[in-house]
Design a protein around this ligand. Structure first.
Ligand code: BGC
Length: 373
């Protein structure tokens, strides 16, 4: 893409592959007026690639992923379970022991992370085929994805009708809107699991990225990454990202929480949101010094999971044929806090029958030569 030429905004669609049961998976490509390009598949709502310009106007792909469906279906990938670029549901992050009580009834969920339930279970929303409908409007172009999760799926009560809309705007934003309704009370905590490397995916470590998180507190975890229930101030700890700080600066410090996470793998309590707000508020900002790329994330959610790619082990090969090494991508997942169904003092994640779950997250892409603030 030539940077000084206005690109035509557009959408195209092609066959991406077939699931083992024969169902077809499609890939949609969206290009905005400034040449930013995103590819999404209807399997898992996975964002395959996202190309944005650096400070020199050079485009590169800043999310981890693969170019073929087989790579997402391989045993190797399913065992490593990194959830590259996928939609997560019904519940982002962990539920302790895979169980919770609701209205006097105990529900047992699929356990897929030791004894815990992680990211919706064995067949979460990252592994289902969504119904997809592309659209274009004044703001940009995108895809509406719909999936109905049946009563009892992965152990959850209620039939959940879910709709997620990705809009790539001409203001260089990716807007993700989540909506869900249920016929019985059930926990819902939807998120997006893209791994970013703002220098370009497969181009090495993310430890030099400068991170700011608008959070004065975080939720410490036990050694299975379940929150203890405490809301702990970040001040004076390696979890203080209230000022821009390189991710790697304190990651090796002798700290019990960093040891449990093998690095950062924690939920941050967003400062300006005690509970969900209806307008997105700036939650995090990441700037990469070599490319100058800047990612800003605003959300209506009360929390954000910062995961520094600690479980990446170099055994998966990405789009450039490069091994995805330890800490070569990070995820910032907007969410309610992990294990909320078992934590009475955390903001509630229970969606009642007749209510509508709504959540919005905006990823804004730009580039600048210096860190700024
Ligand atoms: C979790 C990590 C997990 C990763 C990939 C993150 O959201 O917090 O513990 O390893 O997702 O599954």
């Amino acid at each position: 893409m030539v940077s000084d030429e206005k690109a035509a905004r557009g959408i195209d669609q092609a066959v991406f592959g077939q699931l083992p049961d024969g169902r077809q998976v499609d890939v949609y490509r969206f290009t905005n007026a400034n040449g930013i390009e995103m590819r999404v598949i209807n399997y898992g709502g996975i964002i395959l690639s996202l190309k944005t310009p650096d400070a020199q106007g050079e485009f590169d792909d800043i999310v981890m992923g693969f170019d073929s469906l087989d790579d997402y279906l391989s045993d190797e990938y399913r065992q490593a379970n990194p959830y590259f670029g996928a939609l997560i549901g019904r519940y982002g992050n962990r539920i302790a022991g895979g169980r919770f009580s609701l209205d006097g009834e105990t529900h047992s969920l699929a356990t897929n992370d030791g004894d815990n339930h992680l990211h919706g279970g064995r067949q979460g929303f990252d592994r289902v085929l969504w119904q997809a409908e592309p659209f274009e409007n004044d703001e940009g172009a995108g895809l509406v994805l719909r999936y109905t999760s049946e009563d009892g799926e992965e152990g959850y009560p209620g039939r959940l009708e879910t709709e997620v809309t990705y809009t790539l705007t001409d203001a260089d934003e990716l807007v993700v809107d989540y909506r869900a309704t249920t016929d019985k009370a059930t926990p819902v905590n939807l998120t997006q699991h893209s791994y970013f490397n703002l220098e370009g995916e497969g181009r090495g470590s993310i430890l030099d990225h400068h991170l700011t998180i608008n959070a004065d507190a975080f939720t410490p975890v036990d050694d299975t990454l379940i929150p203890t229930g405490e809301i702990r101030p970040v001040e004076g700890t390696p979890f203080d990202f209230t000022q821009p700080t390189p991710i790697g600066e304190r990651i090796e410090q002798d700290n019990e929480q960093l040891m449990f996470g093998k690095g950062y793998d924690h939920n941050f309590v967003l400062a300006e949101q005690a509970a969900s707000s209806s307008e997105p508020v700036l939650a995090a900002r990441v700037w990469e010094p070599d490319s100058g790329r800047l990612l800003e994330i605003a959300t209506t959610e009360p929390g954000i999971q910062f995961y520094s790619g600690n479980f990446l082990a170099g055994d998966l090969t990405g789009k450039r044929g490069q091994a995805y090494e330890h800490r070569s991508g990070f995820a910032l997942e907007t969410q309610h806090y992990p294990d909320s169904p078992n934590q009475a003092d955390f903001p509630s994640t229970i969606l009642e029958a007749g209510e509508t779950y709504r959540s919005r997250t905006i990823y804004r892409f730009s580039a600048q030569e210096s860190a700024g603030s």
